[in-house]
Design a protein around this ligand. Structure first.
Ligand code: HEC
Ligand SMILES: [Cu+2]
Length: 336
């Protein structure tokens, strides 16, 4: 049997015990039923010269029938009780939890910390502290799934859902550097985030778009290091040396790659190819033709539905970004 992923939250051991109990009980029940079925079918098979006996209605039979109708209630009741207790513990976050807003969109995750800093497809959290995620979606249903933390919850447009977890401290993973000074770049360990929503969109929109591409990462830090990270201005993703590199990094972190090809001659995905966009004549669905200059591209990103390119559906999400990020992105787009 394939082992479960590493258990990296305080919930995980209990979730795994319940999981093992449910599967163990089901396996035993399956074995008992299948063995009884085979044995009885062989023993009572049709034989030449032996007439079928009518079903017996003795008291002993009645007792037996009652026993196997009632007995399974016990493990089911246990499963319910145990599972419900764990569900309640997972539902109600401690009052002092650190609250992060997690926004899902096609096809990326955005996380906003209490002090207003946001990060894309990465979520820094402290180990050993309760973290509550308030989930929302700006388009379709998504599903936040962190298998190693054993948490999963849908992000539903028009409402908020929430989940919480506490990432464990891992003495088994050595921390590097001088531990006496907090280091805003020191990551203790990582855990993947997936979108567990299933739908047919990826088929319609090409191989690079879809919930399956919404992979992100939880970066667990020592609490001291996390405090340093969260209070360092400009700490996000530590913008690389040049604006151009930053723009390139943002292009994939903000999820643009899911819908826009960049190579010359590449077929369009859900959105037009952005190769040699600047200076191009773009025909809009309204019939208007515009030259793609700086102002146009800016508008196309900040207000995607203001003008829609002919031949495409208005599916580009509004992607929040700072002016600095937008400048960097434009600088990168210019080079394509
Ligand atoms: C879910 C798919 C999707 C994502 C993600 C997406 N776009 Fe788009 N984009 C589109 C579609 C569809 C259009 C064409 C329709 C329209 O104009 O709204 C478009 C249009 C554009 C245009 C105008 C292109 C032209 O030919 O005139 C630009 C520029 C652009 N997107 C940039 C971006 C950037 C930068 C990102 C990432 C921050 C991004 N897009 C993310 C789907 C997407
Ligand atoms: Cu999704």
């Amino acid at each position: 049997m394939r082992p479960l992923p590493p258990a990296l939250s305080t919930f995980a051991p209990e979730v795994d015990r319940i999981f093992a109990f449910v599967h163990g009980t089901a396996a035993i029940a399956l074995a008992v039923v299948v063995i009884a079925l085979v044995v009885l079918a062989v023993r009572h098979r049709r034989r030449r010269g032996v007439a079928a006996a009518p079903p017996s209605v003795s008291r002993a039979w009645l007792a037996l029938e009652l026993a196997w109708a009632v007995a399974p209630v016990v493990p089911f009741a246990l499963m319910f009780h145990w599972g419900f207790q764990a569900y309640l513990r997972q539902s109600i976050a401690p009052d002092d939890a650190y609250v992060v807003h997690a926004r899902a969109r096609q096809w990326a995750w955005e996380f906003e910390h209490p002090n207003g800093i946001t990060e894309d497809n990465e979520l820094h959290v402290p180990a050993g502290r309760a973290v509550r995620l308030v989930l929302s979606s700006s388009d379709v249903i998504h599903s936040f799934f962190a298998p190693e933390l054993r948490v999963k919850r849908d992000a539903v447009p028009g409402t908020f859902t929430s989940l919480w977890f506490e990432a464990i401290e891992r003495p088994d993973v050595p921390l590097e550097g001088d531990l006496s000074v907090p280091d805003a770049r020191r990551i203790w360990y990582r855990a993947p985030i997936l979108c567990a929503e299933l739908c047919g969109a990826s088929g319609r929109w090409g191989p690079n778009a879809g919930h399956a591409t919404m992979s992100a990462e939880i970066l667990v830090m020592r609490p001291e290091d996390f405090d340093a990270w969260v209070s360092t201005p400009g700490c996000l993703g530590f913008p690389p040396a040049t604006t151009l590199e930053w723009g390139q990094q943002l292009f994939s972190m903000k999820g643009c790659t899911a819908c826009h090809a960049r190579e010359e001659g590449a077929p369009p995905l859900a959105g037009p190819s952005l190769h040699a966009l600047f200076g191009r004549e773009v025909r809009m669905a309204s019939g208007e033709v515009v030259i793609a200059d700086e102002a146009y591209v800016r508008e196309a990103i900040l207000q995607p539905h203001a003008r829609v390119v002919a031949g495409f559906d208005p599916v580009m999400p509004r992607i929040r970004m700072s002016d600095e990020q937008l400048d960097a992105l434009l600088e990168y787009l210019r080079t394509l």
